[in-house]
Ligand binder design. Sequence first.
Ligand SMILES: *Cc1c(COP(=O)(O)O)cnc(C)c1O
Length: 404
Amino acid sequence: MKYINKSFSIEKVKAQNLAKKFNTPIYCYSYKLLKENINNFKKNFKSFSPLICFAVKANTNVNIIREIGKLGLGADVVSIGELMKALKAGINPKKIVFSGVGKTVDEISYAIDKKILLINAESKSEIIEIEKIAKSKKKIINIGIRLNPNTDAKTLTQISTGKKENKFGVDKKTFFELVKYSKNSKNIKLKCLSVHIGSQIVNHIPYEKMLKVVNRIIKKTNYKFEFIDLGGGMGISYDNNNKKLNYKKYSIAIKKNLKTHKSKIIFEPGRSIVGNIGVLISKIIYIKENEKKDFIILDAAMNDLMRPALYGANHRTLPVLKTNQISKKTYQFVGPICESTDKFITLKKFQKLKEKDLIVMCDVGAYGMSLSSNYNVRPKPVEILIKGSKINVIKKRQKLSDLI
Ligand SMILES: *Cc1c(COP(=O)(O)O)cnc(C)c1O
């Protein structure tokens, strides 16, 4: 993503031309960046050749999942819908893990029928349910147990999952109890210890603490886990000066703490695979002048990109066509929805804008389209994947007639 002759471009395609052809708002992704992210991830953890399962909830476009599958990744799913999408995208069931605190009977039953690698259970009740369904199908099912390591991920409270007050996983005491329970079961086979401590983690220290806990607990159980699933959460840089997770340091900590167990490592990265590959192209409908700041009213809203309203996230925002005129005003970018939280970033010294200008919001490839809704009866945007100069529509814009 860069400016070519002052025109914001995704690989070799100008955002301006996309807007002309497809109207706005548009979710647009770069295949090149996707490939780079995956290769970079693989390279940094190469020494223990992990199974990398893309966390589908970050981006649920079937075509994106298919490309990710072709680049060698499996999938981490959290619902039957995501599992169906992963299978439709051609992901090998032997590379699919199923996470989540509330899997229903139908979901467990479907996952068993599809012969996926692991169901990562998060409670005693769930294990009993899996066992019951497996028994009725006369099968032995591979499971993982998600441990809540009670470590602080030092991320936003809304996306922290590894502390004891969070609903995820089981505490140490329950974990030991469930290992014992599984050993005595005829229909479940315990294969994996799983953890996932949160999202957008930019420092390796919380991971290091989690790894120490995992190491201690495995030693104490004296059980051979075929897999250790470390979850995802690797943080990316949403801002030019923000830091991102140092994979090398994380990799070293993993080797240091877990090497002796000789288990296959599984990762479930979402954001770090797709976060920076997408932009949201939007047009200015109106500019409303205000005493302190001007409201830049966009045709994209919180239903299209929920992260600012949900987490207070700021997405780097840029003009599609660069001029060199700087505005003296403060701009607040907002959507047209009737909610005060329907606002995006506020910026000073932005390029001078006028109505009908185009802007892009960056790094929306993860938890962008996948969190979108039809609130205010707004159709969901078109999704486009760019490969070089090739434009692929990977999901059409919803039609109003689909909604009414
Ligand atoms: C959300 C989630 C992930 C992915 O998290 P990222 O921060 O996008 O990497 C992985 N595993 C589980 C269990 C999750 O819930």
